[in-house]
Design a protein around this ligand. Structure first.
Ligand code: DPP
Ligand code: ZN
Length: 871
């Protein structure tokens, strides 16, 4: 496919004032009649033809203003419908198409899942349903009539409010009509038809509007939707309080489906969810699952304003809705849980996913300039870095300025399709600040590198911070300009307290300095003793930071920094340096400093358990690899990390045993943050206690596995056992399978754990599991759990020195591509770090990528990832 460029954007030639859709649902021959009230766009090109997008469509009938159309007045292919000479500047086009939902394995457009009908239209799925100007800047008012067999699909759902429903006399069929008064682009269209059970509740908005809430699940799973419903109501309240945004329809429905490419989809008034982000009980879901549900429910709900009421002008602006909405869901979860712990978890994820992406061949700006397949841009950069950019905006403008800017953005663009320029202008205009340099965050890819050194002048009572910044070259961007970087910092005195921050005579507001130049110095005055600088507090900017802090400085900060994020970060940094040296040299340096710092954290009674669990968990293998940057041997990274875990676990064994025994679970399971934190710390202690694989450690894990009354503890114990080649491992895996056999979401966890085992037998195990009756290449959750986890979270086995791991994943990508290109492309993107590998593994990864790239008939999705990865 051809590359599409942001610079080529043109307004649509035709607008759609109104859409009436009529679906006659049938398993293989669903008929769709669309009546589009088309009107020539006054801003378009005079005399432009009507060109509507399609994808694999069969045209049955065409009429203009009620008159059937034939012959040369139009041209139709599965991919396009063209009216070269439209009859007038406004007319009604009626199009009837035939689609086969059962044959739709791509899960884009209208498809079936567990026998039910559902749709996914973002970004370009609507064109697989009917011919349409399928672009986000064409907004229209949709009315949807759905007709289906009453026994097959007793429930019929659409966008907006239900206006009519009933039986069709003399047949076994019935219908429902839904009307959505809010103009929207086609990607927000949805329908669902099937046998589903409803969990009902209601919510009254701040202004007194009563909203009927429904969560639809497979029959028998109603009891599992309670937490999602609770999270929904909390989200609705929070958006009123934090952003002044109320819900705007009489109903809000969520449908949980088991075959879904993404996490969930924010269709207007009818969110469709991967059931993984809806269903939870203490017996089947971990604390991580609960917080995932809370976050995704909130995320999709928040899209109602940031995405739906204000949408994107084109897909280059995807971060306009995604980055902003991730920021909003992160803020929501921070308010519901512990803010510092949420920040730490988000930054861990940002570094693992986005920093990694930004440092490899798939790096792209938060707002890309060009794409060949938009499906491949639902990335950590657009989502997570996009959220960081909004967070920095808030840091720069302050709480009040940020809110003013958001309010102005809503006021100006409600009901319209906007751009990043519009978004930034709202903040600039609301606060009077020039944000020109700041906007580079949307345009320049790559993670900025900040190099900071400090010098103390006792006589003058000053502390000078010299800051250099650079942005590494990335694909298509060789030279970068300096960025505006909000750097939160503190100067910590020997007593552990922050010194006053004064630049010259001016106090530093909110502890944030602004780095703008390639090299810049900041002179702090009134400093009576040498401070330890605590830099980039709260991870105020998504940058790599190199400083001249010593290991001793870090041990000090780990114990005393007033910023919880930097206490965490100090420990991580000590560990990272050890791991890097260990992986390079084959010998781990003495970890005394880390043991001291970690011991201090374990013993600190002022810290909460969730924080301790984060602080004591070592950086992941992928972070070590990224920090090493080149010539990486994943076996050496794994060995170094294992050695460090053993060193810490052994040195602090008594502390961990005390932590484990004293935090024994009491009372019924509750998914709240404090209880989850206690479980996280106890399970981390278990992991350290068992890390050497002693009989005692294994016995402890086995006992917990057997006695657990909730999935968090059972799964954590199983994860510990899975790391050790002991008979208890296979026994526990078997018992786990038998217990949860009928529950696909739990069996996904069983796949994930086995795919992550860091030993030579894993590749054969994974190949064997592909033949297991619980596995299916057609279900995205299964593929991600088994093959995705192997490729993305088992660095030693995916990157086996003999190349078998790379070859295997490439073959799975090829066999999946014909079925579901989107999921196949996502899997192939696991190769994105291959250039940092040592030569032998790098060559085998490259061979595997080339094999994929050279296979004829690839989807646009896979071909795009293969080409860019090799590029
Ligand atoms: N728009 C969805 C989401 O991120 C993804 N398709 O919420
Ligand atoms: Zn989203």
């Amino acid at each position: 496919p051809k590359a599409i460029h942001l610079a080529d954007y043109r307004p649509p030639e035709w607008l759609v004032d109104k859409v009436e859709l009529d679906f006659a649902l049938h398993p293989s021959q669903s008929r769709v009649t669309a009546r589009l009230a088309l009107r020539r766009n006054p801003e378009g090109t005079a005399g432009a033809p009507v060109v509507l997008e399609g994808d694999g469509l069969t045209l049955l009938r065409l009429a203009i203003d009620g008159k059937p159309l034939a012959g040369p007045s139009f041209e139709a292919s599965p991919e396009r419908l063209t009216l070269a000479h439209p009859p007038a500047d406004a007319f009604v086009l009626e199009v009837e198409t035939l689609v086969d939902p059962t044959a739709n394995t791509q899960l884009m457009g209208l498809y079936r899942t567990s026998g039910n009908y559902c749709t996914q239209c973002e970004p370009e799925g609507f064109r697989r349903i009917t011919y349409y100007p399928d672009r986000p800047d064409v907004l229209s008012v949709f009315t949807t009539r759905i007709e289906a067999d009453k026994a097959e699909a007793p429930i019929l759902l659409g966008n907006g409010n239900l206006v009519e429903s009933g039986d069709i006399p003399g047949t076994s069929r019935h219908f429902a009509v839904w009307h959505d008064p809010w103009p929207k682009p086609s990607y927000l269209f949805a329908l669902v038809g099937g046998k589903l059970a409803k969990v009902a509740d209601s919510f009254t908005t701040a202004s007194g509007r009563k909203v009927e809430l429904g969560i639809y699940v497979e029959e028998g799973k109603e009891a599992r939707a309670g937490y999602a419903m609770d999270a929904l109501k909390r989200s609705m309240r929070w958006d009123e309080e934090a952003f002044g945004r109320e819900y705007d329809l009489d109903v809000f429905n969520i449908v949980a489906v088991s075959d879904f490419n993404m996490g969930a989809m924010e269709n207007k008034g009818l969110n469709v969810f991967n059931d993984k982000y809806v269903l939870a009980t203490p017996e089947t879901a971990t604390d991580a699952d609960y917080s995932g549900i809370e976050g995704v429910i909130a995320h999709e709900y928040f899209h109602n304003w940031t995405g739906n009421r204000i949408t994107c002008r084109d897909w280059f602006q995807l971060c306009l809705k995604e980055g902003l909405t991730v920021f909003r869901d992160q803020e929501f979860s921070s308010d519901q849980r512990s803010r510092p712990v949420k920040r730490i978890a988000d930054v861990r994820m940002l570094k693992a996913a986005q920093f990694t992406e930004d440092s490899g061949p798939l790096a792209h700006p938060v707002r890309p300039q060009t794409y060949r397949e938009i499906n491949n841009f639902y990335t950590a950069t657009v989502y997570e870095k996009g959220a960081e950019v909004v967070r920095m905006l808030k840091t720069l403008l302050g709480e009040e300025g940020f809110r003013k800017g958001m309010d102005l953005y809503f006021e100006r663009h409600d009901g319209a399709a906007a751009t990043i320029e519009d978004f930034v202008a709202a903040f600039a205009d609301a606060t009077g600040r020039d944000l020109t340099q700041f906007a580079l965050w949307y345009a320049q890819s790559g993670t900025p590198l900040l190099t900071v050194s400090g010098s103390y002048d006792k006589e003058a009572g000053t502390f000078r911070l010299d800051v250099k910044q650079s942005v590494p070259p990335t694909p298509g961007q060789a030279d970068k300009k300096p960025m505006l970087i909000p750097l939160a910092l503190g100067l910590v005195g020997p007593d552990g307290r922050d010194m006053p921050l004064t630049l010259g005579n001016t106090p530093v507001e909110h502890g944030v300095i602004e780095v703008k130049e390639a090299a810049q110095s900041f002179l702090f005055t009134g400093i009576e003793t040498r401070p330890v600088p605590s830099l980039n507090r709260g991870f105020s900017a998504p940058v790599n930071l190199v400083s001249d802090l010593t290991e001793a400085d870090r041990v000090f900060l780990a114990a005393h920094d007033g910023d919880p994020f930097n206490r965490f970060d100090a420990l991580q940094r000590i560990a990272l340096e050890l791991l890097k040296t260990g992986a390079r040299s084959g010998t781990l340096p003495a970890p005394d400093a880390l043991v001291t710092a970690a011991g201090g954290v374990v013993a600190d009674t002022t810290l909460d358990a969730a924080f301790k669990a984060q602080a004591l968990a070592l950086p992941g293998e992928s972070e070590v690899a990224r920090e090493l940057g080149s010539d990486v041997n994943p076996d050496a990274v794994y060995a170094a990390r294992k050695a460090l875990r053993i060193a810490v676990g052994t040195a602090l064994a008594a502390d961990f045993a005390r932590t484990y025994d004293s935090a024994a679970a009491g009372g019924a399971f509750a998914p709240d943050a404090a209880s989850a934190g206690r479980r996280a710390l106890r399970n981390l202690a278990l992991d350290y206690l068992a890390v050497t694989g002693t009989a005692e450690g294994i016995a402890r894990a086995k006992a917990q596995f057997e006695a657990a009354d909730n999935m968090t503890d059972r799964f954590a114990a199983l994860a510990v056992l899975a790391q050790h080649d002991v008979p208890e491992r296979e026994a526990a895996l078997d018992a786990f399978y038998r217990r949860f056999e009928s529950d696909a979401l739990v069996i996904d966890k069983w796949f994930i754990l086995q795919a992550q085992i860091a030993s030579e037998g894993t590749l054969d195990r994974v190949k064997g599991l592909m033949l297991h009756p619980a596995f299916s290449l057609s279900n995205p959750n299964r593929v991600r759990s088994l093959i995705g986890a192997f490729a993305a979270a088992n660095s030693t086995q995916f990157n086996r020195a003999d190349g078998a791991g790379h070859a295997f994943v490439a073959d799975v990508v090829l066999s999946l591509d014909g079925k579901n290109p989107q999921v196949a492309a996502r899997l192939l993107a696991s190769f994105k770090t291959f250039r940092q590998l040592e030569p032998v593994r790098r060559a085998s990864a490259e061979r595997a990528l080339r094999k994929v790239a050279e296979t004829p008939g690839l989807s646009a999705d896979v071909s795009d990832i293969a080409t860019r990865s090799l590029g």
